[in-house]
Structures are given as C-alpha cells and as structure tokens.
Unconditional design. Sequence first.
Length: 132
Amino acid sequence: PDLPPDTLIPPGGGAAAVTAGDDGTFYLTDGSSLYAYDGDGVLLWDTRLPLPVTGMTTLHTLFGALLMINATGHIVVADQVTGQICGFTQIYNDNRAEPWFDLAGDGVLRVTGINQIIGLDWLQFAGSCTDA
C-alpha cells in the first residue's frame, strides 16, 4: 500500500532505509531512529538507535524481528511490534562493502564486513524480539 501524502516520514540520507512487513507495516530508519508506520501512514512507534549510524543501511523482517545492518558494521535487532531494541553490536567495516547477511537453518546469523564475517546465535542475539 502507498502511504497517504500527508504522512510525516523521517528525512532520507546516507543511512536511510525502508522495508515492508507481510502485514503492510512500513519500517524506516534515518540513521538515528527506527520507525514503524501502518498502511494508513499512522506512526506506530519510534525508537532511537543505541548509536547513530552512517553509510548504506538495509532493513529486513525476520521471524517477528526487524534486522538493521549497515556498511559501517552496525547490527541492530528490534521487535516489529514495539520497536524495543533486543540486540546491538558493531563489527569493523569501512563503508566500502555493501552489507550482507544470511540466517541459515543452523540458527546462526552471518554478517559480513569489508574483510571479515561474524556469526551470531540468532536466538541469543535477537532475544525476545523473535518468534523463531
């Protein structure tokens, strides 16, 4: 669905990203906060990130959680319903590599940086944010 034209959404920028959930909820970031809007453009929640981020950023919905990864190495997991941050870490990256991740059947979230890969136990990292 399209958001109504009078919907107040965060400004874009180098760390801006958007994704849509299966239920029609839109999730956005501007690099300093995460936002959720319903299909009518009503703000559901607004959560400040633990640290502001810069660089290419992507958002993904996974098992009831919202995953944010970006090219400067930030990895954030938030609850899709409440916006509560359940996991946050940062790996070394210098903004030359596009963020990439994979959540395999073994429950390990793999995220790459410029010259490394990190594996995180999804259930431990996402905590109460996931229904996996």
